[in-house]
Write a protein that binds this ligand. Structure first.
Ligand code: URA
Length: 204
């Protein structure tokens, strides 16, 4: 009797990859989240935008960057002339990680092991989209994309070689801007818009 061997062929489209990802159990996070939140955007996008992980709103909606951080991103991207619809937007980790406090689900940062497991999906998204530039927003995205967990603030504004061979532009996460004291908000927004503007000069 011939033994069955399971062979995992790389997915040949984002749709096929997303279908596969919805069954993901590579780490325990799938057990608590409502659903996996896959990336969205055109397959041939020049720019890929990578965040950390879905938040509460994204977990319920099943789409990346639709909550407060996503709304701020859309607004600041608009100021920089960056068209989100033309970009591929995704996260380093595809399930929402949280703890329960009362009735609220409080975001928890993903562990390095979770980031490393989820790179399986991120790398295949990159291989299918083949972006000219990847925008890493925040420490989790930057670690997932470069394998380097060194502090982000010294690396901000630079372009690094990603593990996939694609150039990675480093900036902060929009939720960082949401958390700064009110008197720093305007300056942080302007610095983020300046980062997005600089990143776009690298696009064709
Ligand atoms: N923060 C992220 O990093 N990604 C989202 O999709 C939403 C909030």
């Amino acid at each position: 009797r011939v033994r069955e061997v399971s062979v995992t062929e790389p997915a040949t489209s984002l749709e096929a990859l997303e279908r596969e990802a919805h069954g993901c159990a590579r780490c325990p996070l799938h057990g608590c989240a409502t659903q996996l939140v896959f990336g969205e955007g055109p397959a041939g996008a020049d720019l890929m935008v990578v965040g950390e992980q879905p938040g509460d709103r994204e977990d319920l909606a099943g789409r990346p960057f639709v909550g407060p951080a996503g709304q701020l991103f859309d607004q600041l991207a608009g100021r920089a002339g960056l068209d989100r619809q033309a970009s591929y937007v995704t996260n380093a980790v595809k399930h929402f990680k949280f703890t329960i406090r009362g009735k609220r689900r409080i975001h928890q940062s993903p562990a390095t092991g979770e980031i490393d497991q989820c790179r399986w999906w991120l790398e295949q998204e990159i291989a299918l989209v083949r972006p000219k530039l990847i925008l890493a927003m925040g420490a989790t995205a930057l670690r997932a994309l470069t394998g380097n967990g060194a502090g982000i603030l010294k690396r901000r504004g630079g372009i690094e070689a990603g593990l996939s061979g694609h150039p990675v532009f480093v900036t902060v996460h929009p939720s960082f801007i949401l958390r700064v004291p009110a008197d720093r908000r305007q300056a942080e927004e302007a610095a983020f818009v300046a980062d997005l503007t600089a990143a776009m000069t690298r696009l064709p």
